[in-house]
Design a protein around this ligand. Structure first.
Ligand SMILES: [Zn+2]
Length: 332
């Protein structure tokens, strides 16, 4: 682990050098990008550069910032953030950002480490900072921990500090917190447009609340004994708690670690015993294992979105699709 970060540090340096050389060699046809330190004084007409970790957060920034921001994500679309290996090009991107947004926890630690390596002076927004799991979700997480076994060699103490499940945004109440935090940061860095950011955020939050009301009505159409969720990775405890779904199990306990044959057999057994109507895969993972499990248990396979959304769907679009798929899979 430590060795890997040493190598990464080197790549960072090389990346920075390359970026610096590239800038020096280019004839000054275009205005030099505003240095990060002066980003607060962005002249009117120039868009605020925002870099986020996951593409789904970029859609939240776009909803709040509109044309005033230029937002890009470090993680490529359809990629698993838990096992993502940063690339040198990510560093150049981060060095130019006036605002940096990431989730925190063991979802996108690579972003935190990159920021340190770059020595970025951007306004940093850690979306999940200080958030506590909602009532009913905490016990579920501890339950999963019992099955994790001995810590793997190479897992350092830093990883263990982040024991809280990081997928807060899948509960719309926390989605609203994320939007509020993004709006506050944009307003702080670009005070000339603070009013616009606030208005946009308020509108988006109203849409999230309207979605949630619709979603509660949709979930209510599922017979109570069928409100049971088996997902691919452990991303949905807060979603499940918010909508009164029972989280029966996950296919993989942590991304990058394949379950043992015994764990697979246990899950099949639990799906049968609990009469779970369907299981859900996610596009950033190979669905083969889940398909085998579904076949053995005799249930359907549908898709859910957490860390990677389908192209063209923003946060709300993704949430709507999740609720639609849950209802289709479980209602019967
Ligand atoms: Zn995840």
């Amino acid at each position: 682990m430590r060795q890997r970060w040493k190598v990464f540090g080197l790549l960072v340096l090389l990346g920075l050098l390359a970026a610096a050389c590239g800038r020096g060699a280019t004839p000054s046809e275009q205005p030099t990008p505003t240095p990060t330190a002066q980003a607060a004084a962005t002249p009117s007409g120039q868009r605020l550069t925002v870099v986020v970790s996951l593409p789904i957060f970029a859609t939240m920034v776009a909803a709040v910032g509109g044309d005033l921001v230029e937002v890009s994500a470090v993680l490529p679309p359809g990629t698993d953030p838990h096992t993502y290996q940063p690339a040198p090009r990510d560093v150049a991107k981060l060095a130019e950002a006036a605002v940096v947004v990431y989730n925190g926890g063991d979802l996108d630690l690579w972003m935190e480490r990159q920021l340190e390596a770059v020595g970025s002076r951007a306004r940093v927004v850690v979306l999940s900072e200080g958030l506590e799991p909602p009532p009913g979700a905490e016990a579920e997480h501890e339950h999963e921990h019992e099955h994790e076994g001995t810590p793997e060699a190479g897992k350092d103490a830093h990883d263990h500090e982040h024991g809280v499940n990081p997928h807060f945004w899948l509960d719309p109440d926390f989605g609203i917190v994320y939007v509020e935090r993004i709006a506050a940061a944009l307003a702080e860095v670009d005070p000339a447009h603070a009013e616009t950011y606030r208005t946009n955020a308020e509108r988006y939050i109203r849409e999230i609340r309207a979605f949630d009301e619709w979603a509660q009505g949709q979930i209510a159409t599922i017979p109570p004994e069928r409100r049971k969720l088996v997902t691919f990775h452990d991303a949905f405890p807060y979603f499940a708690a918010h909508y009164g779904l029972e989280l029966v199990g996950v296919v993989i306990l942590s991304p990058g670690r394949e379950p043992s044959p015994q764990e697979v057999a246990q899950l099949v057994e639990r799906i049968r015993a609990e009469q779970v109507p369907a299981i859900f895969v996610e596009p950033q993972f190979n669905p083969k294992l889940a398909q085998t499990i579904a076949q053995e248990a005799g249930v359907r396979v549908l898709e859910l979105y957490s860390d990677a959304a389908p192209a063209g769907l923003d946060y709300l679009g993704m949430m709507r699709q999740n609720v639609t798929n849950v209802v289709e899979g479980l209602r019967g």
